[in-house]
Write a protein that binds this ligand. Structure first.
Ligand SMILES: C[S@@+](CC[C@H](N)C(=O)[O-])C[C@H]1O[C@@H](n2cnc3c(N)ncnc32)[C@H](O)[C@@H]1O
Length: 465
């Protein structure tokens, strides 16, 4: 491709141009780097939103709709789940922290707080609410909803501080969970809804080793060599620009729709190992088992493991953050796999349609299936003081939490059309059809270790008073 051609190339977004320039300097980048720049990068990232500040990703006019935006009952039941945990964990009078990661418009937290308000003893036990949000625009939207438009705020090193309008409790916005101190006397209640699917993934494929034979000390590789099988290695899927004059169809599984702008980037397999391919797939026996099968593909999300480990340390304590008495809970709701490693799950979403994730960088939402087993593994590895329940289908979780009963209460006394809307909305959340939200979405809980004696409500257990 000649340089003049590249110089003249028109990019769909400023971010596309920046990505091209970065790749021209450093070479193809890992998929995770591409995702991070597209979602939360400074220049026109999808959530960091510098392209058009008035853009709203959520709702009918946006790109997607999430469960809390579909029905208020969703947030109410999640709030109730934490009330049940607070009751089961001896109703402390203070030290409760509510933490939400990736809070979107703030609707889920608002519905949770409205529910918790009805349990004054728990409401008064809350010290602070923390909102972990990468997007400045969404932090502002959340503050307007939870504290009131134009509510006063102060800035500290940790982030933005204001006061919630429902409980009158401090609400603190941080860009990462690391900015929230881990304190052994706190009872953290952490919720993550459609957060983990937005975290960048690495994709690896196993291939015959490109370099010299294994050293004699590497017994596992030597054993395979003895058996006549070639030594295998993990190669990483990297992102590089497409040719501006490409006429070939997009490689599967991504196909651009005719009305959509064409893919400006593509995935290519690295010709040898990379920094990430040498250590990430060695981090779990689940990946190691697949290495010898040529062509195996795995998606690995290191950020998901970091967040799961952080949640676990807050709840159960860790070597770095000892906690005399585990306490608190995390509830993770998202779409993904229960017991398999996600494969080819990266997708682009724009205006409620699946689109090529390599088109219009920064204007397309990117997400990937959540590997719930990897989250469970990271949590239990990080802390001996936690146990994991689920994942269970969202439909099971919400039905057990009483979605039918709550929706019925809301429809009573409502006008016919409003009642129909309420009915349609909650049924959508528990739809068990092949692509229904009740089946595709799942719930996983991280709780203080109790030898499996107490199952949480929504996962087959009752409230213990
Ligand atoms: C798909 S939206 C879900 C929003 C909300 N939980 C809901 O269900 O409506 C993802 C949210 O996570 C935030 N987010 C994405 N990546 C993030 C990151 N690395 N750190 C903090 N927040 C992030 C986005 O800005 C957005 O608020």
């Amino acid at each position: 491709m000649c340089c003049d051609e590249e110089q003249e190339r028109k990019w769909s977004t400023p971010l596309a141009k920046q990505l091209f320039e970065a790749i021209s300097t450093t070479g193809p980048v890992p998929l995770a780097s591409y995702m991070r720049m597209c979602l939360t990068g400074d220049i026109g990232g999808y959530y960091s939103g510098a392209i058009d500040r008035s853009r709203d990703q959520f709702g009918a006019k946006g790109d997607f709709i999430t469960s809390p935006e579909i029905s208020q009952v969703f947030g109410e039941l999640v709030g109730l789940w934490f009330v049940a945990e607070w009751i089961s964990q001896a109703r402390p009078k203070q030290g409760v922290q509510l933490i939400e990661v990736g809070p979107g418009r703030g609707t889920l937290m608002d519905d949770m707080l409205r529910t918790i308000q009805r349990f004054p003893a728990m409401a008064s036990a809350i010290d602070s609410v923390f909102m972990v949000e990468a997007s400045r625009e969404l932090r502002e939207t959340q503050k307007n909803l939870l504290c009131g438009i134009g509510s006063p705020a102060t800035e500290s090193k940790a982030g933005l501080h204001s006061t919630g309008k429902r409980l009158g409790k401090p609400i603190v916005w941080t860009e990462t969970i690391k900015s929230i101190p881990i304190e052994p006397d706190k009872m953290p209640f952490i919720v993550a809804h459609e957060f983990f699917d937005a975290l960048p993934i690495h994709t690896f494929q196993s291939a015959p080793a490109s370099r010299s034979p294994a050293k004699p000390s590497d017994s596992s590789v030597a054993a395979h060599a003895d058996a006549g099988a070639p030594a295998m290695e993990w190669r990483e899927m990297m992102v590089s620009p497409t040719s501006p004059v490409a006429t070939e169809p997009d490689p599967q599984p991504f196909r651009s729709l005719e009305s959509e702008s064409p893919a400006e980037f593509q995935l290519i397999l690295s010709s040898g190992t990379t920094r990430h391919s040498r250590y990430l797939p060695e981090s779990s026996s689940r990946y190691r088992k697949l290495k010898q099968t040529p062509g195996s593909v795995i998606e690995v999300c290191p950020d998901a493991s970091l967040y799961a480990a952080d949640f676990a340390a807050r709840i159960g304590g860790s070597r770095k953050h000892p906690k005399p008495q585990p306490s608190g809970a995390a509830l993770i709701l998202d779409y993904g796999t229960s017991d398999t490693i996600p494969v080819n799950s990266l997708r682009g979403i724009r205006q409620h349609r699946i689109v090529n994730p390599f088109s219009s960088p920064g204007l397309v939402d990117l997400s990937a299936d959540v590997d719930f087993t990897a989250i469970a593994e990271s949590a239990t590895l990080a802390s001996d003081g936690v146990e994991v329940h689920g994942p269970v289908p969202q439909a099971d979780f919400l039905e057990l939490m009483g979605i039918r009963e709550r929706a019925k209460m809301l429809t009573q006394g409502a006008e016919k059309s409003a009642a129909d809307d309420i009915d349609k909305a909650w049924r959508r959340l528990v739809d068990r059809g092949p692509n229904g939200m009740g089946k595709v979405y799942k719930a996983l809980a991280i709780l203080p270790e109790n030898d499996g004696r107490r199952r949480p409500v929504g996962f087959g257990g009752d409230v213990r008073i």
